[in-house]
Structures are given as structure tokens and as C-alpha cells.
Design a protein around this ligand. Structure first.
Ligand code: ATP
Length: 310
């Protein structure tokens, strides 16, 4: 089957600043595609081009078989976008918001009522449809936005930080709804998030940095590529231990974080059997674990995903 999104040699310059430097990737139909990167990496610029909102400097994007730069209307019919900021009309009810959007997206008149109830059901808002949006909780507003993004039967849903600012329980619920809709409508999901535990849900993850895609694979394979074990060590003199470690185990990747050393090694065995005993300063904490997506992110970008621009 043809990929639903095909991005080829895509570039964008703002004056002499090249924000996107000739990137390539495909997204398969029905895939959850995670798109990660530190602030300023070029993610929004890329998404805006894919969604027809920004003209590229060069390159091509095909969505659902349509050229994103020559067949904008067709592409817009094929996609739903859930922005970070609330774009609902707070003075209207949920139902009125959805009706308005149906008109805007030209959902056929005879299908509107049925489709509205379908999407309300997916996000569990049937009983609240007559309430004004200003009376909704943050989680309910997000769910309504997701419902609205689905009204016109899009093939691809762009979710930009779908759960930002929500509490963990509401975040978990939003994900239940997103997965439910994936099951019901076999939609492709293009996801950006700064929550790496949420990115785990992706079939594949692309990591963008400084205008290029620096890694693209399944979460498991990305973690395998980082490989080995991650040791988090706190001592009373981290600087001295870091220097000692660099000469004793040159293969170890050592990063100083707030009050710990984050050490990546092919295997923790040697570290435990020899190095740990050589440390002459008191150890305050020790944790050994397998790499997480955050380690993948750190290893590729050199930054924590929650950190600001380099
Ligand atoms: N309209 C614009 N004019 C000039 N420079 C821009 C414009 N839009 C983006 N940039 C620059 O392009 C680079 C990429 O920005 P972009 O917003 O795509 O990054 P991002 O990965 O989405 O970051 P964030 O996670 O913070 O949203 C940044 O250096 C940004 O300052």
C-alpha cells in the first residue's frame, strides 16, 4: 500500500536561516507516527508545510495521494489538525461548535447529525453536548477538539501536544479516546509531544534536530541502538568521579545532570565489579536501568526533551 504521507527533500528557509534542511520520510496508513525534537528543531515548520499552511522553499509532500502544494483543498479534506491552543467557541455549546465546523468543512448536510453523534460518542461527550464549552473542564475541551478534528472523516490526524497542561489521569483518558478512534476509523496519527511516555505509543518515532531527521525507527529499536545500561550515580564529588571514570572506562558516556552523573555503558557488569569499588568519595545514590526514550533523545540530541534550545 502507498504510504499515506510522503515527504521528499523538503526544505524551508526564512531569509538566510534554513529551518528545514531537505528531509525525507514516509508514514504508513494506520500508523501512529511520533515526531519529536528539541525546541527550535524545525518540527512546527515541517508540520505547517505538510498541512499546507506554509509554502516550502523546495521539495514535495504527498498526502493521501494529493500534492500538498498543488492540491491544497484535497489535502485539507484529508487531514484533521488538533492545535495546542484552544480554538473552540466557548460561548457555544459542544453541539453548536460541531455544527459550525461541519458547515466550515462542508460535511454533506444529510450526514452531519449522524456524524456529530458518532464523534461525540468516540470522545464520550454525548451527554454533555448541549452544555456551553465555557463550562467544560480542560480535558473535556481537548476531547471536543479531537471530536471536531474528526468530523470530516480525515485520513490523517495531526495531534500537536494533545495532552499538554492536563493532569496525568486526564492525559490517560485522552489517550484511551485517541486509541479508540484509531481502532474505529483506522486513522493515521501524526503526533508531536514532549511527553516521552506518550511517544512510546508510536509505531515509529522520528527525531528532528537542527532542521534534519537524525533518527527514525520503532521505539524498541531506537532504545536498542542506544544499547547497554544506564547508570545514574550520585556522589559527594561528581566532578572528580566523572574525571576518574573517563580515564578508567573510556567507553562510558558520562553526562553531568543536576546532582547526578548519567553514565551510559555497554554493560553495567564491569562498572559494578571494578569501578564502583575504586570510588573514594561517598556515594549518595545509585540506579541502574535499561535505556528509555529519554536516553534515546539525549543520546541523539545531547539535550533533555524538556530543555530549551541549545
Ligand atoms: N516565520 C519565521 N520566521 C523566521 N524564523 C522562523 C519562523 N518560523 C520558525 N522560525 C525559526 O525556524 C526554526 C525552527 O522553528 P520551529 O518552530 O519549526 O521549531 P520547533 O521544532 O517546532 O520548536 P518548538 O518545539 O519550540 O515548537 C527556529 O530557529 C525558529 O526560530
Amino acid at each position: 500500500m502507498e504510504p499515506i504521507i510522503q515527504v521528499h527533500e523538503l526544505r524551508k528557509s526564512f531569509k538566510d536561516m534554513e529551518a528545514v534542511k531537505g528531509i525525507h520520510f514516509d508514514v504508513a496508513q494506520g500508523e501512529i507516527f511520533g515526531f519529536l525534537g528539541p525546541n527550535g528543531a524545525g518540527k512546527s515548520t515541517t508540520i505547517n508545510m505538510i498541512c499546507t499552511m506554509l509554502a516550502p522553499t523546495s521539495g514535495s509532500v504527498t498526502i493521501n495521494g494529493y500534492d500538498a502544494f498543488k492540491q491544497k483543498a484535497k489535502v485539507r479534506e484529508s487531514i484533521g489538525i488538533i492545535f495546542q491552543e484552544n480554538t473552540l467557541d466557548e460561548k457555544l455549546s459542544a453541539l453548536e461548535n460541531l455544527k459550525l465546523h461541519c458547515r466550515f468543512y462542508r460535511v454533506p448536510k444529510n450526514k452531519r447529525a449522524e456524524r456529530i453523534q458518532e464523534v461525540l460518542e468516540i470522545v464520550d461527550l454525548v451527554d454533555n453536548q448541549k452544555k456551553k464549552v465555557e463550562e467544560f473542564s480542560g480535558g473535556m475541551k481537548r476531547r471536543l477538539e479531537i471530536a471536531r478534528g474528526l468530523l470530516h472523516y480525515p485520513k490523517v490526524l495531526f495531534l500537536d501536544e494533545p495532552t499538554v497542561g492536563l493532569d496525568p489521569q486526564t492525559r490517560a483518558h485522552i489517550w484511551e479516546y485517541i486509541l479508540r478512534l484509531k481502532e474505529k476509523e483506522n486513522i493515521t496519527i501524526f503526533l508531536t509531544t514532549h511527553y516521552l511516555d506518550e511517544a512510546e505509543i508510536s509505531h515509529r518515532i522520528a527525531i528532528m534536530d537542527k532542521g534534519t531527521i537524525i533518527a527514525l525507527d520503532t521505539p524498541d529499536r531506537l532504545k536498542q541502538q542506544v544499547g547497554g545500561d544506564v547508570i545514574e550515580l550520585g556522589t559527594e564529588d561528581n566532578d572528580a568521579v566523572a574525571a576518574q571514570l573517563q580515564s578508567a572506562m573510556p567507553e562510558a558516556e558520562v553526562k553531568q545532570e543536576a546532582d547526578i552523573l548519567r553514565i551510559q555503558v555497554p554493560s553495567s557488569d564491569q562498572f559494578i565489579s571494578t569501578f564502583l569499588q575504586q570510588i573514594r568519595v561517598p556515594i549518595t545514590s545509585l540506579n541502574i536501568r535499561r535505556p528509555t526514550l529519554n536516553d534515546v533523545f539525549l543520546s541523539y540530541t545531547g539535550r533533555d526533551i524538556k530543555a530549551g534550545p541549545a
